[in-house]
Design a protein around this ligand. Structure first.
Ligand code: NAD
Ligand code: ZN
Length: 365
């Protein structure tokens, strides 16, 4: 299936299907990336042996000059040191301004390789080849970058890919916890924008967890569709795009307080979305059924909906929220929900309301 992203200055396709990787040269050709252009595949130590070698061989067979650079798997590779290493690899292989980077991996590789593409010779094209479910989110929209020791994603750029090629077959080798974590962002896209999609997810949770290809393609297609709709109205996050942070205020705080080990990103935002729904009931008078439905849907996908309040006290979570770059002038801002499929940014929320919502989110509550 194909989706098209249309922005002011560029247009690019997102292809989603099964078995697409084996036809990579055909898809490259479709966006004008022909064998007279050098290619650099960037991947990680987990994904390269699974899919990288195969891609390299098929591209070479089609006459492409192509090399591969690999970074250690995991978030800790998303830094300036790996960035510099990769720029060196691009120089060594002789990439020029017509050359293309192929980002093969999850969100870490996509963000890092995309940032290399954004900076190398002031910007060369790149192609996103996502291999995690979470990357249906990160590969679309053009936000690329790396972390600094003092903050996540604080060094970055906007650089849109030339194409996104999503082969759902790659998800078969993804660890179950990563898969489930990715569903949190899929569900988020439904909750913020598309009530029909939420209903569809409810109905198909078992088949999705079993990775039925046609269902996976549909879920990723509809998740991307939401992201595309939002990004094309607000490419540079001046307003609307902020709603993509639904569940992320509490989620980021949980990740930070737990040292980024206890919860995966998806698990943290799953809890965060229930928290945001509870807060919405307090602040906006949103119907309690929204909280219940949110919880049930996340639980159907085996995601957590409560946190360990003994280990991560409210005070520490509130402090982490204050440090979050999205808190302005000491004011708490949250993406809150009116009903399933509809959210808005609300500023100036009282700390007491947040504290109360957090208390209800505790496991021992
Ligand atoms: P990840 O890239 O680290 O992948 C998770 C793990 O799975 C890694 O160990 C990886 O090696 C492995 N893996 C990947 N694909 C595999 C496959 N098919 N089979 C087996 N193993 C595989 O993490 P992620 O969850 O994909 O992405 C998280 C990153 O995405 C974070 O850094 C986050 O900041 C970023 N992100 C960016 C955006 C954006 O808009 N740019 C949006 C959301 C998240
Ligand atoms: Zn997220």
């Amino acid at each position: 299936r194909k989706l098209t992203v249309s922005l002011d200055h560029c247009t690019y396709p997102i292809y989603i299907g099964a078995g697409l990787l084996s036809q990579l040269p055909v898809y490259l050709d479709e966006v004008g990336i022909v064998p007279d252009r050098k290619l650099m595949v960037i991947s990680d130590t987990q994904v390269a042996p699974l899919y990288g070698e195969r891609i390299l061989a098929s591209l070479k067979q089609q006459g492409y000059q192509v090399d591969m650079a690999v970074v250690p798997a995991g978030e800790s590779s998303k830094n300036l040191q790996q960035f510099e290493y990769l720029i060196g690899e691009c120089l060594r292989f002789g990439l020029d301004r017509q050359s293309v980077i192929l980002a093969l991996g999850g969100g870490v590789v996509g963000d890092l390789a995309g940032f290399v593409a954004a900076a190398y010779m002031r910007g060369i094209p790149f192609v996103q080849i996502p291999t995690t479910l979470l990357a249906h989110d990160s590969s679309v929209g053009g936000k690329v970058g790396v972390n600094h020791a003092l903050g996540k994603n604080v060094i970055g750029a906007f650089h849109q890919p030339a194409m996104v090629l999503y082969d759902v077959d790659t998800l078969k080798t993804l660890p179950t916890r990563e898969l489930i974590s990715g569903f949190a962002e899929v569900i988020k896209h439904g909750l913020i924008w598309d009530a029909d999609f939420v209903q569809w997810l409810e109905k198909n949770s078992a088949e999705l967890l079993a990775l039925r290809p046609e269902k996976m393609i549909e879920a990723i297609y509809r998740g991307c569709e939401v992201k595309v709709a939002i990004v094309s109205q607000d490419e540079r996050e001046s307003g609307l795009r902020a709603i993509l942070n639904y569940g992320h205020t509490i989620g980021h705080a949980l990740e930070a307080v737990s040292g980024y080990i206890h919860y995966t990103h998806g698990e943290a935002i799953a809890i965060g979305m229930v928290g945001a729904a509870r807060l919405s009931a307090k602040v906006l008078g949103t119907d309690e059924s929204v909280v219940r439905k949110t919880k049930e849907l996340l639980e159907a996908f085996q995601l957590p909906t409560q946190y360990d309040g003994e280990r991560f006290p409210e005070d520490r979570l509130l402090l982490a929220m204050k440090r979050d770059k999205k808190v302005r002038n000491d004011e708490y801002a949250f993406v809150l929900t009116r009903k399933i499929g509809q959210v808005e940014v609300v500023r100036g929320i009282a700390e007491e309301e947040i504290r109360a919502a957090l208390q209800e989110l505790r496991k021992d509550c």
